[in-house]
Design a protein around this ligand. Structure first.
Ligand code: LLP
Length: 458
């Protein structure tokens, strides 16, 4: 299990020595913990100045007061910095970095990355719509998902995406059928299920043979030998994505080695390919994890990738947006029971579901630094006991009315939010140095019922 998903009891603070010898991301952990010395281009641009939390040059509390809470706040510098870190680490391969839209699909975020040269990894017709609306060239879009519908396939072919990542034989047959109908030859990569242990939470493990994703190597081999029968497919690549929030390089290395051997075996049958899509999955720091940095990751896998001779595609999501966003909330009540203390805040599992769904750890910081801490559960207003942001956590000694920042909420935060309990979803703002841009308006009550009808049913 990765650090952020470990049981609370197992958590420990990093030692001074660990922090001293840490790489770039780890260095930033120290900076975040101590709230100072955040160096440009490090883990993120949320830091304390004069005991007040800032996002780049903007006081975060001013954002909470101006735009209301709950509120998602993103740092543009952090977002771009992570994209550049990855691009630079892999520069010798010049990969196409297809940011994984599902991590945070806000148009302004997509557009910012596309302007840096990113392509996009999508998993639905809705994400295709967003990708194109954000200005992503169709030939920089790759499309995975085990359940693509006919309509989604038709649109993606018509728009001319780079390729589909196909996840099963029936799907390949269906894409072939639709392409034939459209009188097109469409490109497809086969998603391989390499059957490796990603060492992450079971809900976000995707590369074991018991998972629903991808095609096992033997079946993929048979498909490739018979590729001529897919008259309207150009099977041009292989794809792997073994899971998410993976903090060690070993599972990636194991998966890439398996695929590299497979590519060699295909070569002996004169089957040549053009692309190898290595997916996403790089872990980030939420708590005290020590994930591989982009450079370390690159150092481990570039030699393997080079040997394949194929063009490389990557699909990072969390690595790019995870630490670029926070969720702001306010303490409504402090409730003491005979057994526990609850800090009741106005953000719930509908705003950020990761703690409820994966028991995920998100650091929680007061916007105004407070001395002293105490153990409490930080919980939302939703009518479920699973509605918590932190459990049995040592948090700052806050009072009612104080604002809190839930850190590391940039990936799978807003994109997994819902209207559960008829709660309008929060606004999203992007900070660029000292400027603030609203990139999604707060939903209104009218938005909640906009598509509902009340026919005269007797
Ligand atoms: N490529 C494919 C085919 C994927 O399915 C995913 C994520 C990615 C790339 C990007 O993975 P990343 O670099 O972000 O790890 N909701 C969960 C994470 C689910 C990931 C789903 N697939 C969470 O909040 O932890």
């Amino acid at each position: 299990m990765p650090g952020n998903l470990r049981s609370l009891a197992e958590r420990r603070q990093p030692t001074r020595a660990q922090l001293r010898h840490a790489g770039p991301q780890q260095a930033s952990l120290r900076e975040t913990r101590q709230g100072s010395r955040v160096r440009k281009g490090r883990m993120h641009e949320f830091k304390y100045k004069n005991n007040q939390l800032y996002c780049e040059n903007v006081k975060v509390e001013a954002l909470a007061r101006r735009f209301g809470i709950p509120l998602y706040v993103y740092s543009y510098a952090t977002l771009i910095d992570h994209f550049i870190k990855l691009r630079d680490a892999f520069s010798s391969l010049r990969p196409l970095i297809c940011y994984s839209v599902k991590a945070n699909s806000n148009l302004a975020i997509l557009r910012s990355l596309v302007r840096q040269g990113a392509g996009l990894d999508i998993v639905s017709g809705g994400e295709l719509y967003r990708a194109l609306k954000a200005g992503c060239p169709a030939d920089k879009i790759v499309y995975a998902s085990v359940g693509k519908t006919d309509q989604e396939i038709t649109t993606a072919i018509s728009k001319g995406i780079l390729f589909f990542n196909a996840e099963s034989l029936p799907e390949l047959e269906n894409i072939n059928r639709i392409a034939r109908k459209l009188n097109k030859i469409t490109r497809v990569a086969i998603r391989i299920n390499p059957d490796v242990e990603a060492k992450t939470h079971k809900f976000i493990t995707t590369g074991k043979i018991t998972n629903k994703f991808g095609i096992d190597l033997d079946s993929a081999y048979r498909i490739l030998l018979l590729r001529a029968k897919f008259t309207n497919l150009d099977i041009c690549g292989l794809h792997i994505h073994i899971g998410s929030q993976i903090t060690e390089s070993a599972p990636f290395v194991a998966a890439i080695k398996k695929v590299a051997d497979f590519i060699k075996k295909l070569g002996t049958k004169m089957i040549t390919l053009e692309y190898l899509n290595i997916g996403g999955g790089m872990g980030i720091i939420y708590d005290n994890e020590t994930p591989q940095t982009a450079r370390i990751y690159a150092g481990k896998i570039i030699p393997l990738l080079e040997k394949t001779g194929l063009k490389v595609i990557m699909e990072p999501g969390r690595f790019i947006t995870g630490n670029a966003g926070i969720l702001l909330t306010k303490v409504l009540y402090i409730k003491k029971t005979p057994k526990k203390k609850f800090i009741i805040v106005d953000a719930g599992m509908n705003d950020l579901v990761r703690p409820a769904l994966y028991d995920a750890y998100h650091n929680i910081l007061p916007l105004r630094r407070i001395s002293g801490s105490e153990k409490a559960d930080v919980v939302g207003p939703i009518c479920e006991s699973g509605d918590f942001l932190a459990k049995e956590r040592k948090v700052a000694k806050v009072s009612e009315g104080d604002y809190l920042a839930v850190m590391g909420a940039g990936a799978y935060g807003f994109s997994m939010s819902s209207n559960y309990n008829s709660r309008p979803r929060p606004a999203e703002v992007m900070v660029v140095k000292d400027k603030v841009f609203v990139i999604r308006k707060r939903e209104s009550y009218a938005d909640l019922v906009r598509n509902e009808l009340t026919p005269a049913i007797r």
